[in-house]
Write a protein that binds this ligand. Structure first.
Ligand code: FAD
Length: 470
């Protein structure tokens, strides 16, 4: 098979890239090893409950401008239920409700008076200037004080990245914070100046679809039609004077002028080994510790807690086995039948990778025990399911930006070979869509450039591959 572009991997990143390239008229195929596209984005309806195996919502500010152009299921979109404006944080063994508002920590008693004063003092903490790359924990303790860093930032990082604030790079995970410090000398001052000068951050709301996040890959796959090849695994990439030759299990050899690797980083490392040792080495250093999602359905009456929020997060210092939980049917009421509620527990990640490998029954027990203690959940859940992700979220640890620089250099070293995925410029679904589209721009520009190598497609229609004598 000869194509302009072969995209390897049909998660959100690969699908976004492939759909964008197809819309620009390029002969593209997306190759997915599983029978179902979507990668981590998988939704499943079971007995009237909707389980999200991976992502459960998209941040509106980031993704909305990107979706409508090629999105067909916009009418099925559901926004976070109005009135859900609270998150719970766990401290001292119990849950504390905090409004989702920038000033919430200053007005609530979640932090001690001393902790709140220290938080405010951020405005006068001298900026550090250039120096060694800092972890999220070091940066936040220096700027906001220990209490805020340990009780707020640490659980947030556990929830957003399934990682630890002690190992993640602040510049790689929260570049905006570093930028604010460098431009304004203080994050609080930077935010304040931004607000009074009218440069407000757009309001960030969460949304999904009536049938869950899986709607997104399904809609993207429909755009690709027969250009999406599922159940095909790419085993090897070899450079060729006219582009690249892919060896696959399931579709023979595929020749392409350009190739986009849109897999998880460990697969990218294997595929790159043969073509670009520098990028292969960098990709191999990006860890993605395992994570398990435990989904439990209950009758509403079984749970005493009001479940009036998005969910809860626990800091490392609480030594809990569940990093955090989402109140799924509070966020989106379509996720449980009337009279029932659904909860998801996230276990493992970089905090405790060994827990994510436990058997389903053990994981269900952990989640049940946790919900009994914190939410006063009584009795057997009516539904229990577990999803193991042996490779969860990529960790943007200290040094990550250097790895990404080495990976980004690939297009110079190997013209026609591109990378996209959640390990490059943000892990969220919105970030994957944005990076996928940017990659499509780069591929498009490359294919339009007077080429140093010919076209497989043209050569093929001429009945002969230039330069190979075949
Ligand atoms: C538990 C969990 C919860 C999350 N929650 C949220 C959330 O609420 N909101 C949010 O925005 N983000 C969330 N995320 C993050 C987000 O879901 C992911 O970062 C994103 O979906 C990754 O997309 P991707 O396409 O880059 O990678 P993947 O989804 O990993 O896709 C890679 C694809 O490549 C395929 N592949 C691999 N090797 C080959 C091969 N050799 N040949 C062919 N195909 C191959 C794989 O089968 C897979 O389909 C969550 C992630 C997890 C794990």
């Amino acid at each position: 098979m000869d194509v302009d572009v072969a995209v390897i991997g049909a998660g959100i990143s690969g699908l976004s890239t492939a759909v964008d390239l197809a819309r620009r008229g390029h002969g593209v195929i997306a190759i997915e090893r599983h029978a179902r596209p979507g990668g981590k984005a998988q939704s499943e309806r079971i007995d009237g409950f909707l389980m999200e195996h991976g992502p459960s919502s998209v941040v509106a500010a980031g993704a909305t401008p990107l979706l409508p152009q090629y999105f067909t299921a916009e009418h099925d979109r559901v926004d976070l239920e109005p009135g859900v404006r609270r998150r719970y944080l766990m401290a001292d063994g119990r849950l504390h409700g905090i409004a989702v508002h920038p000033l919430a920590f200053l007005t609530s008693n979640f932090l001690s008076k001393r902790g709140r004063l220290r938080l405010l003092a951020e405005a006068i903490v001298p900026s550090r200037g250039a120096g060694m790359e800092e972890t999220v924990a070091a940066f936040c303790r220096r700027r906001f004080g220990h209490e805020f860093a340990d009780r707020v930032i640490d659980p947030l990082v556990g929830g957003m990245f399934a990682g630890t604030a002690e190992s993640l790079s602040v510049a790689a995970t929260f570049p905006r914070l570093v930028e604010l410090e460098s431009n304004y000398g203080s994050i609080l001052r930077g935010v304040f100046i931004g607000r009074v000068s009218g440069k407000r951050m757009p309001a960030r709301r969460l949304f999904s679809w009536r049938d869950g996040i899986g709607t997104l890959p399904t809609a993207l796959a429909a755009q690709l039609g027969s250009r999406l090849k599922v159940g095909v695994t790419v085993r090897r990439i070899a450079a060729h004077p006219h582009g690249f030759v892919l060896t696959t299990a399931g579709a023979g050899s595929i020749r392409a002028r350009a190739v986009v690797i849109a897999t998880q980083p460990h697969v990218a490392a294997e595929l790159l080994a043969n073509v670009d040792a520098t990028a292969a080495k960098a990709a191999a250093q990006i860890a993605a510790p395992p994570i398990a999602v435990v989904f439990l359905g209950y009758e509403r009456a079984q749970i005493a807690h009001p479940l009036d929020g998005i969910g809860y997060l626990a800091s490392t210092g609480e030594h809990r086995r569940v990093n955090g939980s989402l109140f799924c049917s509070t966020m989106f009421r379509y996720r449980a039948p009337d009279g029932f509620v659904s909860l998801a527990a996230y276990i493992g990640g970089d905090r405790a990778p060994e827990l994510a490998r436990l058997a389903p029954d053990e994981l269900i027990d952990i989640a049940r025990h946790e919900f009994a203690m914190l939410l006063d959940a009584r009795g057997e859940p009516v539904l229990a399911r577990v999803r193991h992700w042996p490779r969860g979220l990529p960790q943007y640890r200290v040094g990550h930006r250097e790895l990404v620089a080495a990976l980004n250099g690939i297009s110079e070293r190997q013209p026609g070979l591109f990378l996209t995925g959640n390990y490059l410029d943000g892990v969220s679904v919105a970030a994957c869509i944005a990076h996928g589209r940017k990659t499509a721009d780069d591929v498009d520009a490359q294919l339009r450039r007077p080429s140093t190598f010919g076209s497989f497609r043209q050569d093929h229609t001429a009945g002969r591959l230039k330069g190979t004598g075949s």
